[in-house]
Design a binder for this molecule. Structure first.
Ligand code: FAD
Length: 300
């Protein structure tokens, strides 16, 4: 990969080469991205995609890296991060947020405007784009509830607006998991709320989260999707796996659905521990645990 040529072709875009993604992931693990790009506008995103397509270079978009395990070999090609595209605007009861905006910040801005509908998300550490991709949810709410539409750029570099009906939102699923596209912004339709009631709800959910989740350690949140008819944490506890250490990773003592990085874990520690949990739970209870966390990148 010719870094000088890339810099010349994408002169206005901030680029980092061979940058460890452990600096960005919530687990603090993962190898380097060949190129990490921080576009500031839709047009810069388009320029990157067109350049990659012309040069036959792989590309993918990451959000806040809170639901990801990047393998220790890192990611080939371009990793596009939209953290500079975080503008939030209001139009009546509609809120439009750049895909790089942090969901937590957006819920605070909605609270300030007394626009209700996103309170459930006040502790989810993802970006707006990642939350749409995952249909993030908590405490009875899901992104789909407030979602109206999103602007995306498709694999061929064309822009498109997708409305809710086109998104195939399901439990931790959206159409974005099946097409190659980058979410650029999301528009939510919110309702007039009451500041004190909204704030009380958000405080209550924050307290619940702090009481139940090991937020003092790096992690990727719930590792597994909830299997129908079971609770993942309970299965892991019943299998006497809670607390198990694997290299620097550990099944959290506080919440068995989380794997925490307690001592310089590698992505390999995480991936092996996940596989071990899946094997034990399948053998003991005949239940298949599917990962909620996305595992991406190349082997070391
Ligand atoms: P990333 O982890 O960066 O990426 C996830 C996937 O989305 C990747 O495949 C990536 O390619 C894709 N993606 C990201 N941005 C874009 C974009 N702009 N366009 C296209 N694709 C994109 N999740 C919940 O649902 N509920 C919770 O209560 C919750 N609690 C958590 C608590 C903790 C402590 C942690 C660490 C995580 C938690 N999560 C929770 C997981 C995570 O925060 C969510 O899944 C979040 O929506 C992921 O967003 P992200 O920006 O971090 O995405």
């Amino acid at each position: 990969m010719n870094t000088t040529e890339i810099q010349k072709a994408l002169a206005n875009v901030k680029l980092l080469f061979n940058e460890p993604l452990s600096h960005f992931t919530y687990t603090k693990t993962g190898g380097p991205a060949d190129v990490l790009a921080f576009p500031k506008s839709n047009d810069e995103v388009k320029k990157i995609i067109q350049y990659c397509n012309q040069q036959k270079i792989n590309w993918l978009c990451l959000g806040n890296a809170s639901n990801l395990i990047v393998r220790d070999g890192g990611i080939e090609g371009f990793v596009i991060m939209l953290e500079k595209m975080d503008t939030v605007t209001f139009n009546g009861s509609h809120l439009t947020a750049g895909a790089g905006a942090k969901l937590i910040d957006v819920t605070k801005l909605a609270l300030k405007k007394e626009l209700s509908g996103l309170e459930f998300a006040c502790g989810i550490p993802g970006s707006i784009g990642g939350a749409a991709y995952m249909n993030a949810g908590a405490y009875g709410g899901e992104l789909v509830d407030a979602f109206e539409s999103c602007d995306v750029i498709l694999e061929d570099g064309s822009f498109k607006t997708l409305v809710k009906e086109e998104m195939d939102f399901r439990y931790r699923h959206s159409i974005l998991q099946e097409i190659k596209a980058i979410v650029l912004s999301v528009t939510f339709k919110l309702e007039k709320g009451n500041y004190d009631e909204m704030k009380a709800k958000m405080d209550e959910l924050t307290d619940l989260r702090e009481a139940k989740q090991p937020l003092e350690y790096p992690s990727c949140g719930s590792v597994f999707k909830r299997p129908i008819g079971y609770f993942t944490g309970k299965l892991i506890q019943d299998a006497k796996l809670q607390g198990l250490k694997w290299g620097g990773a550990q099944i959290s003592e506080k919440h068995a659905g989380f794997i925490v990085n307690i001592d310089q874990a590698t992505a390999t520690d995480y991936i092996e521990l996940i596989a071990h949990i899946q094997q034990v739970i399948l053998k003991q209870f005949d239940v298949t645990l599917e990962t909620e966390v996305r595992i991406i990148g190349r082997e070391k």
